[in-house]
Design a protein around this ligand. Structure first.
Ligand SMILES: [Zn+2]
Length: 88
C-alpha cells in the first residue's frame, strides 16, 4: 500500500459537515455533489492520481472514495477525511 501524506481536508467539506443541526446530520448517504467530487479531487491530488492499493493511475472517473476503516465497523469514521482514500 502506498504511503499517503494526508493534507488538510477541503474547507468546503468542513463547512458542509458543520451544517449539522437537530434536523439534519451529515452522513455518507447524503454525501454528494458538490462536496463529494471536491473531496474526491483532493484525495486524487494528494495521492498523485495513483491508486493507493495497486499503484495504477486513476482519475475521478476510474476511481472511487474508499474507507480505510470500513463504514460497517467504523460508522463514526465515514466522513473522517483521514479515513478516506481514492482507489480503483
Ligand atoms: Zn487499484
Amino acid at each position: 500500500m502506498k504511503y499517503i501524506n494526508k493534507n488538510e481536508e477541503p474547507s468546503k467539506f468542513t463547512c458542509w459537515k458543520a451544517l449539522e443541526n437537530d434536523d439534519w446530520k451529515p452522513s455518507w448517504n447524503v454525501f454528494q455533489a458538490p462536496e463529494k467530487p471536491i473531496v474526491h479531487d483532493a484525495l486524487l491530488k494528494e495521492q498523485g492520481y495513483i491508486c493507493s492499493y495497486c499503484g495504477m493511475r486513476i482519475t475521478r472517473e476510474t476511481s472511487h472514495i474508499e474507507h480505510l476503516k470500513p463504514r460497517s465497523s467504523y460508522p463514526h469514521l465515514a466522513l473522517e477525511y483521514t479515513n478516506l482514500i481514492a482507489s480503483c
